[in-house]
Design a protein around this ligand. Structure first.
Ligand code: B12
Length: 300
């Protein structure tokens, strides 16, 4: 990620549709049709009747664009953005605390906030209700020029250090099966995967988390080398989808159960001909799905 994306020029009345279109790389005609069809965003007008875009409008447009680029239907994406606009996370105080620590480039405070959230809210909520939303927020700050990639890198490494500590100091696994967790051969985004590793570890499963950019052949080696009974593949960007699906196909002959997830697979269309079970967007639900599938095989 480049140091800072296009910084939003401050404009008392808000940006014109041409300026908003240029900043967000969304054609003006698309912005008009989104407003007409979905009322997103509810754009203000200048005294001359021209559309003027506030920072809040720009955020809503950015979210709508990103949700659609993830493969969501426009109407579903618009509903998500509207819901997010009105709602404030019940864990906002922890999210804000983490963001402040990241902005201050202070990894110890970031770790402290995550640990405090775990103490107050429990592991699952600290991961899915605080850490992941905070990282999404960092992404929006970076894109709107409100923070530098240095802040994103620090926040990422603070999350990874916290997750790895939970992974390696977690309870001794009490389930006999081993699982391989990996990102696709082209994927750098590992936080969703590492979060899944921690949730499964704290449910007694023995996880081998192999991280970013694992070649397909090495995935087969890892399954054979560990006798793993299941593979969880995560791909985050559409560029990584096909190499990730190919890696799943490569490991299929080992007989391991296959699961996959991540933004590259959000649209039903993107999941066509991908071997395995799609785990959805709720990591806690996904951990239960994987757990019960493994128990079912064991009982069979
Ligand atoms: C941290 C980060 C990075 C780090 C990753 C470090 C690491 N070890 O993970 C680095 C710096 C490497 C990076 C690189 C890039 N990044 Co980046 N990155 C981010 C950032 C800030 C956070 C990512 C994250 O962990 N989010 C939290 C995730 C897990 O939450 P989520 O997306 O909502 O996921 C939900 C579901 O998908 C699902 N899910 C996700 N993972 C999993 C796993 C399992 C098992 C399950 C069940 C569910 C699940 O559940 C989640 C919660 O509901 C995001 C911002 C954002 N909005 O997320 C940008 C972001 C994803 N990156 C982006 C981009 C463009 C890039 C680069 C291409 C930039 C560049 N030009 O180099 C490269 C691409 C590298 C590559 N080929 O993969 C864009 C993607 C835009 C798009 N098309 O979707 C984003 C959105 C930033 C932005 N606003 O533009 N990035």
């Amino acid at each position: 990620m480049t140091p800072t994306a296009g910084r939003e020029p401050a404009h008392p009345e808000g940006l014109s549709i041409r300026e908003a279109s240029q900043l967000l790389h969304i054609p003006a005609a698309t912005i008009r049709s989104w407003e007409r069809r979905y009322g997103v965003p509810p754009i203000g007008r200048s005294s001359g009747g021209h559309r003027r875009f506030s920072p809040g409008d720009l955020l809503a447009l950015r979210q709508l664009r990103d949700e659609i680029s993830r493969g969501r239907r426009a109407a579903d994406a618009a509903a998500l953005v509207k819901a997010a606009a009105g709602s404030r996370s019940p864990h906002q105080v922890f999210i804000d605390g983490f963001l402040q620590a990241a902005y201050a480039l202070d990894p110890r405070s970031a770790d402290h906030v995550l640990e405090h959230a775990r103490g107050q809210l429990g592991l699952d909520t600290a991961v899915c209700g605080v850490m992941l939303p905070a990282m999404r927020q960092i992404g929006q700050w970076w894109e709107s020029g409100r923070c530098d990639v240095a802040h994103e890198h620090l926040a990422t490494e603070a999350c990874r250090a916290w997750l790895n500590r939970l992974l390696f100091t977690g309870p001794v696994p009490w389930q006999p099966e081993t699982l391989i967790l990996t990102c696709g051969p082209r994927d750098f985004h590992t936080l969703g995967l590492e979060s899944m590793g921690v949730l499964l570890r704290h449910r007694g499963w023995s996880c081998r988390v192999l991280g970013a950019r694992l070649p397909a052949g090495s995935l087969v080696t890892a399954v054979r080398g560990t006798g793993a009974v299941a593979v969880i593949m995560v791909s985050h960007l559409s560029v990584g989808r096909r190499p990730a699906a190919d890696a799943l196909r490569a490991v299929q002959p080992t007989g391991a159960m296959l699961f996959y997830a991540g933004n590259a697979f959000i649209s039903p269309h993107s999941r066509r001909a991908v071997p395995g079970t799609y785990l959805g967007e709720d990591l806690v639900q996904a951990a239960e799905t994987v757990g019960s599938a493994l128990l079912e095989v064991r009982r069979a």
